[in-house]
Design a protein around this ligand. Structure first.
Ligand code: UD1
Length: 418
């Protein structure tokens, strides 16, 4: 296991090149299951979650070759129909192979993902959509067993709440279903747009992309294609906080700033100077961090995956801020660790009341989940002295070349084997 050691308290200044988005790459990889032709994906980030999805696809029978950030997937020999517990337990997002496997084989089994650090995260909506499309679903010995002997059929699916993963599974399953599928109350996240664009590049007929009603006219088969994964808006948002929280400035390259407009507007409300460019932006400290009230929402609202990072910034704001988490029921695990670093935070239900302090204090802290842990890095960069963040593997799930990117901005950070 590794820890990250940060000697913080110095203003950062530098450029960060944004990697491909983990949350886009994972469903794009799962979509390879719905063709037996070759798919070439470029700009795939090197992350442990991507390695887990590779393991799962290889287990199912895919042949995968890699060259740098490019991956070639050949799925003509998919033999296995069961996504096993050993792989699914490592990464909940494994559940997005269900739609593709079922559409391809007429049968699929997937281990239930089980409890998750940030809440219950059920998959009932994924299953509801597949059932509407004619699948029979059984739950047996911790596995979902889905069968559609006569193939999946188009249906109207009206999600009671917006779910990114359920929208993705439905898109993949509906691409080759018989007839037309309409998804109502679909997620509109940019990663959904990326998946729909890949499927269309493979020959699918999807319209309403990026809207809350998506129409998919099923086609009989899909082709191979070459596609580049979109940039990671959460990675960009995290580095956008890293400059200002140290009193410095970061220049983010390789992403259209409109992809994270709600995060940039939140930073502006908090007194950060944001300069938008065509393919990037700069965020700079501008005298003081102002308090704010923010709540997490589905896209295009403020993303839950940026909640922990903005909370860290609020901790060193000049006044009292409020952060309300509306998407997940248990996404405040970073708070006790931030308090150990000197933050003044009260939790009341789903809302944090954060009284700003002048600076974090360096400490030994423990990473608990991916995004929570990024708030500890931001706090460590702000604190004078040595902060050690244990269980770095949580961060390796979502941040490519983390320490190199921070070092390029002048941060004194090192990965140390424990
Ligand atoms: C995805 C992202 C995650 C992000 C989240 C919300 C990936 C790999 N992960 O997760 O980083 O934080 O979107 O933007 O892309 N729900 C149900 N039943 C279901 C499915 C979801 O009740 O069948 C609930 C969840 O518990 C949660 C809410 O819906 O409260 C939203 O979850 P969802 O959008 O599905 O998140 P994920 O796709 O798991």
């Amino acid at each position: 296991m590794y820890k990250l050691e940060i000697n913080g308290g110095k203003p950062l200044k530098g450029k960060v090149q944004i990697s491909g988005a983990k949350n886009a790459a994972l469903p794009l990889m799962a979509a390879c299951l719905c063709t037996d032709k070759e798919i070439n994906l470029s700009n795939v980030p090197k992350l442990s979650d991507i390695a887990t999805m590779n393991d799962l696809l290889s287990y199912l029978g895919a042949e995968i070759s890699q060259s740098g950030n490019g991956f070639k997937f050949s799925t003509k020999n998919i033999k296995e129909v069961r996504a096993p517990y050993d792989i699914v337990k490592k990464m909940r997002a494994s559940v997005i192979v269900l739609g593709g496997l079922l559409a391809r084989n007429g049968y699929a089994e997937i281990s239930l993902p089980g409890g998750c650090a940030i809440g219950l995260r059920p998959i009932n909506l994924h299953l509801m959509a597949l059932e509407k499309m004619g699948a029979e679903i059984d739950l047996d010995s911790g596995y979902v067993k889905a069968s559609a002997k006569n193939g999946l059929k188009g249906a109207v699916i009206d999600f009671p709440i917006v779910s990114v993963g359920a929208t993705e599974n439905t898109l993949i399953a509906a691409a080759t279903a018989k007839g037309t599928t309409i998804i109502k109350n679909a997620a509109r996240e940019p990663e959904i747009v990326d998946l729909a664009n890949l499927l269309n590049a493979m020959g699918a007929k999807i319209s309403g992309i990026g809207e809350s009603e998506i129409t998919i006219e099923g086609v009989s088969s899909l082709n191979g294609c070459t596609y580049s994964v979109m940039p990671d808006r959460i990675e960009a948002g995290t580095y956008a906080v890293a400059g200002p929280i140290t009193g410095g400035e970061t220049e983010i390259e390789g992403i259209n700033p409109s992809l994270l407009e709600s995060t940039l507007q939140t930073l502006e409300k908090m007194g950060v100077k944001v300069t938008r460019k065509q393919n990037g932006f700069t965020t700079a400290f501008d005298g003081k961090i102002l308090p704010a009230s923010v709540q997490t929402e589905v896209y295009p609202g403020f993303p839950t995956d940026m909640q922990a990072q903005i909370t860290a910034l609020m901790c060193v704001g000049a006044g009292t801020s409020f952060m309300q988490e509306n998407i997940f029921e248990n996404r405040f695990m970073h708070i006790p660790e931030l308090i150990r670093m000197g933050a003044n935070i009260n939790i009341s239900g789903h809302t944090l009341e954060i009284k700003g302090v002048s600076q974090f204090k360096a400490a030994e802290v423990m990473a608990t989940d991916l995004r929570a842990s990024s708030s500890l890095i931001l706090a460590g960069l702000n604190a004078a002295g040595k902060t050690s963040i244990h269980r770095l593997y949580h961060l390796d799930r979502g941040y490519e070349n983390l320490e190199e990117k921070l070092q390029a901005c002048g941060a004194d950070v090192a990965r140390i084997k424990e």
